[in-house]
Write a protein that binds this ligand. Sequence first.
Ligand SMILES: [Fe+2]
Ligand SMILES: [Fe+2]
Length: 278
Amino acid sequence: MPVAIPTMRKHPTWTLADIPYASIEKTRIVDQTDWFYLLAGASFVETLSDLYARNLVEYFQENAAATAWLSREWEQEEVQHGLALKAYVLQIWPDFDWERAYKGFVQAYMPYCQTDLLGPSQALEMASRCVVETGTASFYTMIQSASPEPVLRLLAGRIRADEVHHYKYFYKFFQAYQQQEKNSRWRIGRELWKRVSEVDQEDSYLAIKNAFEVKNPGQTFSGKDFAAFRERMGDWVSRHYPFEMAIKMLLKPVSLPPTLQKMALPLLKRSARKALAS
Ligand SMILES: [Fe+2]
Ligand SMILES: [Fe+2]
């Protein structure tokens, strides 16, 4: 299918050499274990992007513009996010066996990451990718705002900008497919809702579980521990999560009429705040 590709920028636009790892103010963060789990977990999920990229390239294989962008730009940037976070984690917690924990995560998560789980149509998959990028853009906005350490703030800002850029690309591809598929607003909304409820579950649970079990040999991380972790994050999330930005990004593919969107926004903001903080 002919899809016009938006102009390419030079990629990646930053490298690890742009992050002043030597200036990290270690004492500001080293004792905060939840930051360790959050960042180690994020580094695993980002690093696994080469696998997601392979699946997406296979799914969109007839679309040269999309596959070129996915492998030349998107994959490179996502993997760089993983490397940059890994380097940050190892600067602060150098004894952590990152490779071993990552291997455990990949093994556990692999069954959830298959091409036949994509879809159900190309437009709807592109819309789902917008949900994922909304999730990451909001996550790093939150990290940037909540970080107790300046280098992490800077790194989160860099990653956040990439994620917003990814969202824009997926949205453009979504629009092109949608012109042909003409899915109803209801159908798109339902698909987005399905993806929103899946976001942040399996992958972050498995990522944090593997970080925990390698950091604390002999201990097991259960669903209950994950619930406790999420509860500790609750207050933090309600203070720093960019709810309005996330909801606006999520609603974009549904293209609600402006008056309806205006009415829906505060309502959704309230429910999202409740759901995320609980
Ligand atoms: Fe990323
Ligand atoms: Fe991204």
